[in-house]
Design a protein. Structure first.
Length: 244
């Protein structure tokens, strides 16, 4: 199986053009962040992008509208990373109905505990949209097993006990826990947080089914050097393709 490249970008005013760029340069699944005023998992680069998006007036409806307009131009799957308050304010069923209408593959909700996630899954099960499970390095073996067995789409394993953007200081038991998670599920098990360089990718791709890169992608988009950015994306794709 080809290793998955899952780049993250913030849903800023011009996010759709960057979605198309990622779509053309090696992404398998694109993670789109919904700007939120009080994030719990975002590091400085993503918080800065989120604040900029809020200042630009970006809302969840703006993101939905842009995806609706351009859904036939995007070949790869895309997921939304959002906080539950946005879903709650929108209305659970209305939110997932709109996701389905604009071809959203899945939703990541980092502030919703597993038990409440399961309740939400039951409530919106009539929709095709996956609710992606996260597993932290602090999770007990029993909890890892429980979450992995009920996961859908892919499992997002957090590589460290920190916010996004840390520099490759992965948890010492990361690879061991990735192996354990893969024993309990047949869907891809990917790793994210702190992955920036091809060296990081090489280290994690020996075990994980894919990698998520967020803060480094956001920083490079903010820098605005398109040629340099495309070269970086191609390098990450090439590195992942070394592992099957």
């Amino acid at each position: 199986m080809t290793k998955l490249f899952i780049p993250y970008l913030m849903g800023t005013k011009d996010f759709i053009e960057n979605v198309k760029l990622l779509d053309k340069h090696g992404a398998d699944i694109i993670e789109i962040g919904v700007p939120f005023s009080d994030p719990v998992a975002d590091g400085p680069a993503i918080m800065k992008a989120g604040n900029k998006a809020i200042e630009e007036g970006v809302t969840i409806d703006y993101i939905f509208d842009e995806l609706e307009k351009h859904k036939d131009e995007i070949k790869n799957k895309y997921v939304l990373m959002t906080y539950y308050n946005i879903i709650l304010s929108y209305g659970d069923e209305a939110f997932f109905q709109r996701c389905q209408n604009v071809n959203v593959y899945g939703v990541i909700i980092p502030d919703l505990p597993f038990e409440l996630t399961e309740q939400l899954k039951a409530k919106v099960s009539k929709f095709s949209v996956k609710i992606i499970s996260l597993i932290a390095m602090t999770a007990s073996p029993d909890r890892i097993k429980t979450i992995a067995k009920s996961a859908e789409g892919f499992v997002y394993t957090v590589t460290m006990n920190a916010t996004t953007g840390e520099n490759g200081t992965f948890h010492p038991e990361l690879k061991e826990k990735l192996h354990k998670i893969k024993e309990y599920t047949s869907i891809p098990v990917v790793a994210g947080f702190g992955i920036r360089t091809p060296e990081h990718v090489r280290s994690i791709a020996t075990v994980a089914d894919g990698i998520v890169i967020g803060s480094e992608i956001v920083r490079r988009i903010d820098k605005g050097n398109k040629i340099e950015f495309e070269t970086y994306l191609n390098e990450i794709r090439h590195t992942l393709d070394l592992y099957k």
